[in-house]
Design a protein around this ligand. Structure first.
Ligand code: NAG
Ligand code: NAG
Ligand code: NAG
Ligand code: NAG
Length: 520
């Protein structure tokens, strides 16, 4: 009886409180939305009361907890009108590097400003709702940090791509330029030549200037245009309690991380479910195995230019394997071993034991799912972070890559890459090894996210996790003041010594001359 009572008390105590959490995710990019909504849904299913601000209404509602959608109408339409609607997403627009930085700047300032001015956001701010934490993605949207100030609660950031130079400064994380590759530097950690480190330094400096000189003042301005009494962005910027990272050692290279950076890579992946009957039978009856081909949700295979489409079909048609291709319209003249579907349960296909190869655009979500299931990839990157993920798959040895823009994108190259991937077992073995690293963790990634979000709320922002370096000015952080004092002291000593020598030397000379004169 007593034991039972103790047990009941213990369970009651271990049961965590339900917190009110505000998620602010107005970025309309589909993969950004998937990452954001999966996190908020997971927090809701852990029993919390979630309000999520985003451009879309959540279709797949949480099974428990409380979930309130605040849909910013108009946001997604604006975004796709400006960016993607009228260009073929495969060919894109090949503007220069600086021009695309400028485009990013303007586009994201607009999203941030439209969010601040959206009637539903004003309504939220004017309501007397209280929140225990604000969660947002860190992605050219610093102005939104003002909401943690407005609701006077801890700020939690999500980085959809793991530790990088856009998020490191918010928590004071060290990023040694000598060996931590910049996001777009490629995997230089395997070749730290003078040239590669110099290029890395250049990318860090360029981004630093872009963010500090151009981006931050604009965000500061749009915050103060609407909330004139809010603290300066420089104060809001680093008031970060927790930085959740969609990365893991099985997916990314090792990097330093301060204590309030927590890796939850792959948290968005649901456990596999049963395939629909027809796909299950199709995959079960494939003695030579199945190849799954998808260019993701943003790019659609139907938009592939005719020549590339034909080249791919000719290659696929000659294989002994069955192929499932996510293809969004009818495909006349497709070979008999190719099955097309407008939509595919990707994760459940990748989970089938007969899967042999995943041909992918190399998006972050798809590459993570390939590692989760230990499936080798042929990455056909088109833009954004895809070339980087593809390069990593090739460097890590669980796949091969062929850029969509490669002049050698043709039947011969595709055939030889696919044959290499199907016949050389090292790719599948590496993919399996990656999967075992991926799954070997103390807690599942979503459980880790829930634990740490509750932790920082329980500990009132957990400022004890913040490193002192966070608030050091750069010249103290890099010891420029010490090196400077040392150099100054050295120069001073040098000067004094020089003066002494000069005086002594002159005196000797004078004395010598006087002696000479005496003799004469
Ligand atoms: C909420 O639902 C999820 C998914 O069904 C389940 O795993 C979890 O235990 C539930 N949590 C609570 C607090 O009921
Ligand atoms: C932000 O939005 C408001 C309201 O739509 C507008 O008046 C203002 O000019 C915008 N600011 C910037 C910098 O775009
Ligand atoms: C910093 O965060 C705390 C909560 O962790 C909040 O109460 C405070 O208002 C924030 N300060 C600023 C300047 O935003
Ligand atoms: C390392 O990179 C440099 C410059 O990019 C290149 O010239 C060199 O061949 C590379 N070395 C190795 C071992 O890959």
């Amino acid at each position: 009886m007593l034991i039972k009572a103790i047990f009941l008390v213990a369970t009651a105590l271990s049961c965590t409180e339900s917190y009110k959490i505000l998620g602010i995710f107005p970025m309309p990019g589909i993969s950004h939305y998937i990452l954001a909504s999966k996190l908020m849904k997971g927090l809701s299913e852990a029993g919390h009361d979630i309000t999520m601000v985003s451009p879309y209404a959540l279709k797949d509602l949480p099974k428990n907890g409380t979930f309130t959608d605040v849909v910013l109408d108009g946001m997604a339409d604006d975004y796709f009108q400006i960016t993607l609607k009228h260009v073929n997403r495969f060919e894109g627009d090949s503007k220069g590097h600086i021009a695309s930085l400028n485009m990013i700047l303007n586009r994201f300032i607009k999203i941030a400003n439209d969010t601040l001015h959206h009637p539903k956001m004003k309504q939220l701010v004017d309501s007397d709702q209280k929140f225990d934490a604000v969660v947002m993605e860190q992605f050219f949207n610093d102005a939104h940090k003002v909401y943690a100030h407005i609701f006077d609660c801890p700020l939690i950031l999500l980085s959809s791509i793991g530790p990088n130079s856009m998020v490191n400064p918010t928590v004071g994380n060290p990023q040694p330029v000598s060996y931590v590759p910049h996001l777009i530097a490629g995997d230089i950690s395997k070749n730290l030549s003078l040239y590669n480190r110099a290029k890395n330094l250049y990318l860090y400096i360029e981004e630093f200037l872009f963010i500090r000189v151009f981006t931050h003042p604009k965000h500061d301005q749009i915050i103060h245009d609407i909330y004139p009494n809010s603290p300066a962005l420089s104060q809001l910027y680093k008031n970060v309690s927790l930085l959740l990272l969609n990365s893991h050692i099985s997916l990314n290279g090792p990097q330093p991380m301060v204590p309030n950076m927590v890796e939850i890579g792959g948290y968005f992946i649901d456990p596999p479910q049963k395939l629909p009957q027809d796909l299950q039978e199709y995959m079960d009856n494939a003695p030579e195995g199945v190849i799954y081909f998808s260019m993701g949700s943003n790019l659609e295979s139907k938009d592939l230019p005719e020549t590339k489409k034909r080249a791919i079909l000719n290659v696929l048609g000659k294989l002994n394997q069955k192929v499932i291709w996510k293809f969004e319209e009818d495909l006349p003249g497709k070979p008999s071993n190719v099955l097309i579907r407008k939509w595919c349960p990707q994760q459940d296909i990748l989970a089938h034991p007969n899967i042999k190869l995943f041909i992918t655009h190399g998006g972050l979500l798809s590459t993570t799912e390939a590692i989760y299931h230990g499936v080798p990839v042929l990455a056909i990157p088109v833009f954004a972070d895809q070339p980087m993920n593809a390069a990593r798959a090739a460097a890590d040895g669980y796949g091969l890559k062929l850029s969509y823009h490669d002049p050698d994108f043709n039947e011969e190259t595709l055939t030889s890459l696919i044959n290499e991937l199907l016949t050389n077992s090292k790719y599948a073995e590496t993919a399996k090894r990656k999967a075992s690293l991926y799954h070997d963790r103390t807690m599942k990634p979503m459980e880790t996210a829930v634990y740490w979000v509750e932790y920082v709320i329980r500990h009132k922002g957990a400022t004890h996790l913040r490193v002192a370096g966070l608030n050091l000015p750069w010249y103290k952080y890099f010891l420029v003041d010490i090196v400077g004092s040392f150099v100054a002291s050295f120069l001073l000593v040098l000067y004094i010594v020089k003066r002494i020598i000069k005086t002594v030397f002159c005196k000797t000379k004078i004395v010598g001359r006087m002696n000479k004169e005496k003799k004469n």
